[in-house]
Design a protein around this ligand. Structure first.
Ligand code: PLP
Length: 312
């Protein structure tokens, strides 16, 4: 057992100590393989928790403030309280990345309901807990999928509706997503896109959806997470003077689009080349998605909206 490193311990000689990943639990940093949560934490037994995922690329956090803003909004909307301040969270994340030595990393922060001191069903009596972990960058799609474009399945599974849970809160209610994924695999597709109650396109497991038709790019709102990569795509498209619309997309419109792409922190801009085995447009990467994807990664190379990590 490598043992834990208290969060306040000095930093010297720690860079790269835990190359497989590092986690912050109970005030200490531990190697990822030793990270454990208590079984009675309601985050585990009830999915009573919220989280966020930010990535590190070339040794810099990408759009960290956007992620922490969304995280804080989610924490408040879930009637949770983070025992750590934002400045402390940033320090912990910096520390964890340095401990891994990773230049490209997947970084997750969570606040769970935690546990009550005595048996009760009253969530107000629980002591909320903050966790964080850093592991090597995780792609939402394999190398092969990224090279040939994503093959989507339009699922008939309805994403948990906003009447039940505000989709702007990043949440652990993924039984619908897992059902959709299993059905997509059964049909020989890579991943599903779930519907909203009105039959429109909502979102998929870990991504937002965009359709391009006659030069206009549309993405839904109100029934999906407001992805930070979704916002980045909108920001970059607007810079390029591409017309963007926030509005509904029907499955028929998605199938008839010139181009379709998805966005995620775990992969950026990912063109979709097939929907239910039928080609999207001519079945190749389209010009709007290709340019957007290129600019997205150029911005990473340039350090645009990035927070550098001091590894020295
Ligand atoms: C349900 C859902 N929608 C969309 C996204 C994409 O959000 P972001 O671009 O912030 O990663 C995610 C990210 O994990 C997600 O879980």
């Amino acid at each position: 057992m490598a043992g834990s490193v208290a969060a306040t311990t000095a930093m010297r000689d720690e860079v790269g100590l835990y190359p497989q990943g590092a986690a912050f639990i109970d005030g200490a940093c531990v190697p990822i393989e030793e990270a454990r949560i208590p079984i009675l934490d309601w985050g585990f037994v009830r999915s009573d928790c919220t989280y966020d995922v930010v990535h590190v690329w070339h040794g810099r956090f990408f759009r960290l403030d956007h992620h922490l803003d969304r995280f804080e909004q989610s924490v408040a909307a879930m009637y949770l309280k983070n025992p750590y301040t934002r400045a402390q969270v940033v320090d912990i994340l910096m520390r964890l990345v340095r401990l891994t030595g990773l230049r490209e990393a997947y970084v997750e922060v969570l606040v769970t309901r935690g546990m009550p001191k005595q048996a009760t069903r009253d969530p107000r009596l629980c002591e909320n807990r903050f966790y964080a972990f850093v592991v090597p960058f995780i792609w939402i799609a394999t190398d092969e999928m990224r090279a040939r474009g994503i093959h989507l399945h339009v699922s008939d599974v309805v994403r948990i509706p906003p009447q039940s849970l505000n989709p702007a809160i990043k949440n652990f209610h993924w039984a619908d997503m897992t059902k959709g994924l299993m059905q997509a695999y059964e049909r020989g597709c890579d991943m599903p896109v779930l519907l909203d109650l009105a039959g429109g396109i909502a979102e998929g497991p870990g991504f937002n959806v965009f359709a391009v038709k006659d030069g206009t790019v549309t993405t839904p709102a109100g029934t999906c997470l407001l992805g930070i990569s979704r916002q980045t795509a909108l920001d970059l498209l607007q810079e390029q003077n591409v017309k963007t619309v926030i509005g509904p997309i029907s499955p028929a419109e998605l199938r008839a689009a010139d181009e379709v792409f998805i966005t995620s922190t775990a992969g950026g801009i990912l063109p979709v080349t097939r929907i239910d085995h039928q080609p999207v447009g001519d079945g190749e990467f389209g010009p709007v998605s290709t340019r957007l994807k290129t600019v997205y990664w150029q911005r990473h190379d340039q350090g645009w909206d990035c927070t550098p990590i001091d590894y020295d």
